[in-house]
Design a protein around this ligand. Structure first.
Ligand code: 4FV
Length: 224
């Protein structure tokens, strides 16, 4: 899968995509991520990429020209599903992430400041939101979306089981996890997990998921 990310702050992406699972996914060719600086396409002498909003109001708006020209350049070698990260968008969910993970190619546009010139929506297929709160930019949402969908690309996670048995996969929160040592500062791991009886372990885990979901996310119970 190929993901092109368009942003005014390419340096923000250095960290998250250069370690652990996402780094390995790129090295193994399962995922190719390219970051493009929209300001490089601003056709004015000061490379201005934002301006004051028509009609007044606080803050700055990203200009249409640098975004259009950046998208034209990036999509010269083929089409992509063009997504704007924005609070107006469809809420990111495991189902949406799984759907996006099946795409050949995605283009993610990161707004910043007060947002982008609305005429850019004429070259955007859909908007995606990571939650009902306003951030300083679409960069972090683009990272969240990329991380979330990458886990559904076959081969990215050590075992496919990881996405099968996890929070939300069956509408419930995941059961508690433990690892060695069995006794840490007197805090013991539940005996059932040390007994090797897989049926009992599965029952305990299912019970824990139910309990945690009922206590902390009853809304998920209704949804289910
Ligand atoms: C956002 C979100 C988000 C809005 C104005 C960027 C900011 C600024 N994107 N899910 N929540 N975007 O807050 O996706 O331009």
């Amino acid at each position: 899968m190929k993901i092109d990310i368009l942003t005014l702050f390419p340096e923000m992406f250095e960290g998250p995509f250069s370690c652990s699972i996402l780094k390995r996914a790129q090295e193994s060719g399962l995922l190719s991520i390219r970051i493009h600086n929209i300001r490089d396409y601003a056709d004015n002498k000061h490379h201005k990429a934002d301006d004051y909003p028509f009609g007044g109001g606080a803050g700055l708006v990203m200009m249409a020209q640098p975004i259009f020209d950046c998208m034209d350049a990036v999509l010269r070698d083929g089409p992509a599903r063009r997504i704007l990260l924005s609070p107006r968008g469809k809420r990111l969910s495991p189902e949406l992430a799984q759907e996006l993970a099946r795409e050949e190619r995605l283009l993610l546009l990161c707004g910043h400041y007060e947002g982008i010139d609305e005429r850019v929506m004429t070259v955007i297929d859909e908007e995606v939101s990571i939650g009902d709160y306003v951030l300083t930019g679409g960069e972090l949402p683009a990272m969240v979306l990329t991380d979330c969908l990458a886990r559904f690309i076959p081969g990215v996670l050590g075992s496919e089981d990881s996405v099968v048995e996890e929070s939300f996969s069956d509408g419930r929160l995941e059961y508690p996890q433990y690892t060695r040592p069995a006794d840490f500062r007197g805090l013991r791991v539940p005996e059932v997990l040390l007994g090797g009886n897989h049926k009992k372990i599965q029952e305990w885990r299912s019970g824990q998921s139910e309990l945690k979901t009922r206590l902390t996310r009853p809304d998920l119970m209704e949804k289910r």
